[in-house]
Design a protein around this ligand. Structure first.
Ligand code: IKT
Length: 358
């Protein structure tokens, strides 16, 4: 397989860590990255170490600046740069020697996209049609290549499916839900289901310790808070950083989530494994420790051809971090998507339909 050039939209936790993981992965060349204030492009390969250093403590990268909204990146930057290089917490990519200020970061990536095999959309999806709307812009620009997202919400999958024909016409292979859950864990559920002729239940239970990764993952924590009792996407979006800290304090730093709206359900139904209603996703997030508060486990209960009812389980080691379990698969699925695209298989793929490449 020839090298894959890729771009990252967003330099929050996922964008930055994906760039970092790519440095340890054969065949991937990061050539562009953007946040809401700036863009960095080098078709020979970005200097990832420099970019990561410059975007450390980055507010511009994950949409936090506007009460968690990520529209700034799509609309061209509400808090766009004045054209002068900034430094400090809100500077983001423009603080990097490779970065240039822009008011139209996504359009600027699209302008380079002839030479980009794949684009990872690493932006929080607090407005649920946000990622589909970003994809529309690539369709409108006649981008032919791979789009990968790490979206979480079930309802977004249908919005992408509605666009399948447009993706095929443009020549886009869209790999959706390619993080940990949905993503890696959905894929393992589909494999674990192979022992059975009928699946009764899939239970995904994750544990994340996020003390040192907390700053980098504020966007994800905000998305998770939307799943707590008494909150939804809108209320979570409008929380200030102080209010989020208060919620975390009320829970002594450990947030437990039951019955999350995660797209594992519709993706497993789409794969014919079971009904979406038979899938549950929940987990525990400890933002004050790096230890996982619980072992990440996928349990698939079903009936075998010879009448046994049993539960196959798959566990992640407590020592693999969320960063490893989200960004490794995102890149593995990206590689698999590029293989599909290169043989002309465009459209929308979920994590059960592709085996991520190592
Ligand atoms: C995600 O980003 O895929 C979802 C997050 C949970 C990740 C689970 C990782 C499990 C592990 O590392 O053991 C969360 C719901 N934001």
């Amino acid at each position: 397989m020839t090298d894959i050039t890729f771009a990252v939209l967003g330099t929050g936790g996922i964008g930055r860590r994906t760039l970092e993981v790519s440095q340890h992965t054969d065949g991937l060349v990061p050539v562009a990255a953007c946040d809401r204030n700036g863009i960095a492009v080098d078709h020979d390969g970005l200097d990832v170490d420099e970019l990561l250093e410059a975007t450390e403590g980055n507010i511009a990268g994950d949409g936090r600046g506007e009460t968690g909204s990520s529209d700034a990146a799509t609309d061209g930057g509400v808090a766009a740069s004045s054209g002068v290089k900034q430094t400090g917490d809100d500077a983001g990519i423009v603080a990097s020697a490779q970065g240039e200020p822009t008011e139209t970061p996504i359009d600027d990536v699209i302008a380079e996209s002839d030479a980009i095999d794949a684009v990872l959309i690493a932006l929080p999806n607090l407005e649920h049609d946000f990622i589909p709307r970003v994809a529309d812009r690539f369709v409108e620009a006649d981008y032919s290549g791979v789009l990968v997202d790490v979206l979480k919400r079930s309802r977004v999958i249908g919005m992408l499916d509605e666009r399948e024909e447009a993706f095929e016409d443009a020549g886009i292979t869209f790999v959706c839900g390619a993080g940990a859950t949905p993503g890696f864990l959905t894929g393992t559920a589909a494999l674990a289901a192979q022992s059975f002729v009928e699946v009764q239940e899939v239970d995904i239970w994750w544990g994340v310790g996020l003390k040192s990764g907390y700053e980098d993952n504020r966007g994800t924590v905000r998305e998770d808070i939307a799943h707590l009792d008494g909150y939804d996407i809108e209320t979570a979006r409008s929380l200030s950083e102080t209010e989020i800290e208060e919620i975390i304090d009320e829970h002594d730093g450990v947030l437990e989530f039951q019955d999350m709206e995660h797209a594992d359900d519709v993706l497993l139904e789409r794969a014919g494994v079971c009904d979406a209603d038979d899938v549950t996703v929940g987990g525990v997030l400890d933002v004050r420790s790096d230890e996982k508060p619980t072992t990440t486990t996928v349990s698939v209960t079903g009936t075998t051809f010879d009448g046994e009812t049993a539960t196959n389980t798959f566990q992640l080691d407590d020592d693999t971090s969320m960063a490893a379990n989200v960004n490794g698969p995102a890149l593995g699925y990206m590689k698999a998507g590029v293989m599909r695209h290169r043989v002309g298989d465009d459209g929308v793929y979920g994590p059960t339909e592709l085996l991520p490449r190592f």
